[in-house]
Design a protein around this ligand. Structure first.
Ligand SMILES: [Zn+2]
Length: 494
């Protein structure tokens, strides 16, 4: 049994969880003399939500993009980042955020920061910056989006699933430039990636970025300069960049005007020795791929096993050349005699959900939208012969049984030996209204009739959670109790 699905995101569950657990909004004001006052936009989420989403997305990003592992480069970007973080005005500091900085070995003029603190600067961006001030400018702008919590603020304003998908798109695709590359992370629908920071947020990030630059000893005019440089050098990426981080209007002049109100060091940091050394170091490394090329490598890797692009998270595969040999699913050998499920259970938990699974089952090929568990001898390049798959899929339908049917149709398409047995019927899943349907057919792997039972429940944001159990008919009685325990243990909440 294989699962055919596009990669969507487990994080969708988190978004749903967040929707039902709004936290108090925090609006804060700055008190300054000449400079523009900034007020963080209304936000109903907790800062812990920012952190959760950001960590999740960071894991995703690091699966796809290689991080440069070089002490000189790492130390440099971290100390530059720390310097800017220390310059965030007190009212926008979130001590619970974990600001951290990595350089991605990609040629793009790009950088992106995720909620709660993780930031990635592309090697190409460092190489294109004329001095440390320009690099600091890009990072200060990105840090401002994080400190002002623009991602969850945007979600606060929005309600529908479409917009929530868009919010994820914005978070992951919220690159300062080259939004196109960021926009492909996670291979979500194009529409999901259209969301951009509003002009209002862009303007805020420009202002706060310039304040931070000045406070950290840089010249905020370099922030204006770097945006101008990016718009010029972006080439075909230029318009893309403008579409994800739109110019709030007259950006260059506005930043320069704001800079004139600020207390800037008489000898601001421009060119530094460390900056030059790091540039030299990067120039000496083999040529980097673009983010888009890296994503293609990653996706190719994902198609090697499962045959259907299913499950693609096997420990950073695709990072270097798309090898998937370390994926446990592909390495599996089918066996005629498979150990029955252990009575002892262990917990599996992911963003917004948890479940008990037998101790002797392995966790296989987890992707951002599905995780599979199976015993030794029951998995391999054609999927599983025994075990369970838990996943999420987004649905256009408000109707649980319709959503289930379209999911089943996609399963049948990728598992042509299976047929649907009977109609979809109602059941309860994790205390919620759900549906159940059975499929069966003769498996080529076991040569026996395989029974697949699919349980689903539709969340209010249009995300459908499914749990599929798989077993040969001849062994189904030995698995019945286990499957029941697994299903009953499923919890859908934060
Ligand atoms: Zn921006």
């Amino acid at each position: 049994m294989n699962a055919r699905h596009k990669r969507s995101l487990f994080a969708l569950i988190l978004i749903w969880t967040m929707g039902v657990l709004p936290a108090a909004s925090i609006a804060q004001q700055t008190r300054t003399q000449g400079q523009t006052q900034i007020t963080a936009p209304k936000n109903k989420y907790k800062t812990s939500d920012d952190i959760k989403i950001g960590n999740r997305a960071a894991g995703e990003a690091e699966q796809m993009y290689p991080v440069i592992d070089d002490a000189m480069v790492e130390n440099y970007i971290s100390s530059l980042g720390d310097r800017l973080v220390a310059a965030i005005p007190a009212e926008f500091q979130h001590p619970e955020f974990d600001y951290r900085f990595k350089v991605v070995n990609a040629s793009d003029l790009n950088a992106f920061a995720l909620p709660g603190g993780p930031m990635y600067v592309d090697r190409g961006m460092i190489q294109a910056a004329h001095n440390e001030g320009e690099l600091a400018g890009v990072m200060a702008h990105e840090l401002s989006h994080v400190a002002l919590r623009h991602a969850t603020a945007q979600a606060t304003k929005q309600g529908s699933i479409g917009n929530q998908l868009g919010m994820l798109g914005m978070i992951l695709g919220g690159a300062v430039v080259g939004g196109q590359a960021g926009a492909q992370i996670g291979q979500m629908g194009a529409q999901a990636w259209m969301t951009k920071y509003s002009r209002e947020y862009e303007s805020q990030a420009d202002l706060l970025g310039s304040h931070m630059m000045a406070a950290a000893g840089y010249d905020p005019h370099d922030l204006a300069n770097v945006f101008q440089m990016l718009a010029r050098q972006g080439g075909s990426n230029g318009p893309q960049w403008l579409s994800t981080h739109p110019d709030p209007g007259n950006r260059y002049n506005k930043i320069n005007a704001e800079a004139d109100t600020l207390n800037i060091s008489s000898n601001p940091i421009k060119m530094t020795r460390d900056f030059e050394r790091v540039k030299g170091r990067l120039a000496g490394m083999p040529r980097a791929l673009s983010m888009q090329q890296l994503e293609q490598v990653y996706e190719r890797g994902g198609r090697v096993y499962g045959g259907n692009g299913g499950g693609n998270n096997g420990g950073g595969n695709g990072r270097s050349g798309g090898q998937t040999s370390n994926d446990p699913m592909a390495g599996g050998r089918y066996s005629r005699s498979v150990e029955f499920p252990s009575q002892r259970m262990r917990e599996y938990s992911n963003t917004g959900l948890s479940m008990q699974i037998p101790n002797n089952w392995r966790q296989l090929a987890s992707s951002d939208d599905q995780v599979t568990f199976a015993p030794e001898g029951a998995y391999g390049d054609q999927g599983i012969t025994r075990g369970v798959m838990l996943g999420v899929t987004s649905s256009n339908s408000q109707d649980g049984s319709q959503a289930t049917q379209s999911y089943i149709d996609s399963l049948l398409q990728s598992n042509s030996y299976l047929q649907q047995r009977g109609n979809i019927s109602r059941t309860m899943i994790s205390g919620r209204a759900g549906n159940v349907v059975q499929l069966s057919g003769r498996s080529d792997v076991t040569g026996e009739t395989e029974i697949v039972t699919v349980y689903t429940t539709l969340l209010s944001n249009g995300v459908m959670v499914y749990l599929a159990t798989v077993v040969p008919q001849s062994e189904s009685s030995q698995y019945q109790t286990t499957f029941r325990s697994v299903l009953n243990s499923l919890r859908l909440n934060g």
